[in-house]
Design a protein around this ligand. Structure first.
Ligand code: ZN
Length: 241
């Protein structure tokens, strides 16, 4: 069927398939969702960076809490020791007992100071925990959104690839009917001229470069044979009158 067609008309159909091919290739390679996913990733990295200081601050408070807990444990042990000795018969002289009572009361005082400090630290940690938790929730949302976009993009790319394969086989079927020399020249021009190697002459204008041809050139083309290969005088593309 395509064999009956003028080779230049056929070439324009090959050109149409090639344009469609380039569009599909572009849609696959630079899918708009790709940019959206990248933006979500950037957002997530920025959030991570901005919470770094919060996490570091929280870490300082928490390690101080651990220190306090260790010290309180030591104090309790010492208090118990002294208490045990005071209650036992081995408590020694009155002077020893007085010294032990004094130490005990200073240990209890120290413990109270530490417990107050720990309470303050807990109050400082609480809002930081809340902040970090809400950040985690936001990160999770971003992650889910990115995952969904990625799945949708993969699906769309699959469909676009299917269409691309169709275009390739349609193009190849058309191109087999073209003379090799014409196809070679078209391919060379197409590679050099932004994907358009052949264009139609419409109202005296080349639809490849959108420039009007001179009146004499239009007149010359009118009198050339349909079998003759002509080029746009402006852009050099194969011109199909
Ligand atoms: Zn042109």
């Amino acid at each position: 069927m395509t064999e009956d067609l003028n080779p230049f008309e056929l070439l324009l159909r090959v050109q149409e398939e090639d344009i469609r091919h380039d569009q599909l290739r572009h849609q696959i390679d630079s899918h708009p969702m790709q940019a959206e996913i990248a933006a979500l990733h950037d957002q997530s990295v920025a959030i991570d960076r901005s919470t770094e200081s919060t996490r570091a601050q929280r870490e300082t408070y928490v390690s101080r809490q651990t220190e306090i807990e260790d010290e309180v444990r030591d104090l309790d042990r010492r208090v118990q020791e002294i208490d045990g000795r005071l209650r036992s018969d081995a408590s020694g002289s009155f002077r020893d007992q007085t010294a032990m009572s004094k130490e005990m009361s200073s240990l209890v005082d120290r413990k109270r100071v530490l417990e107050d400090e720990e309470l303050e630290l807990m109050e400082l940690v609480e809002p930081l925990d809340k902040l970090l938790e809400s950040t985690r929730a936001t990160q999770q949302q971003l992650h889910t959104k990115a995952l969904r976009l990625h799945q949708a993009m993969t699906e769309e790319r699959k469909e676009l690839t299917r269409q691309l394969e169709e275009v390739v086989s349609a193009r190849d079927a058309l191109a087999t009917s073209l003379p090799d020399s014409l196809l070679d020249e078209y391919n060379r021009l197409r590679a050099r001229l932004g994907g358009i190697g052949a264009a139609r002459l419409v109202h005296g204008m080349c639809s490849g470069c959108n420039l009007a041809l001179s009146a004499t050139e239009v007149d010359r083309l009118r009198h050339t044979s349909a079998k003759e290969l002509v080029h746009c005088e402006q852009c050099g593309r194969i011109l199909v009158p």
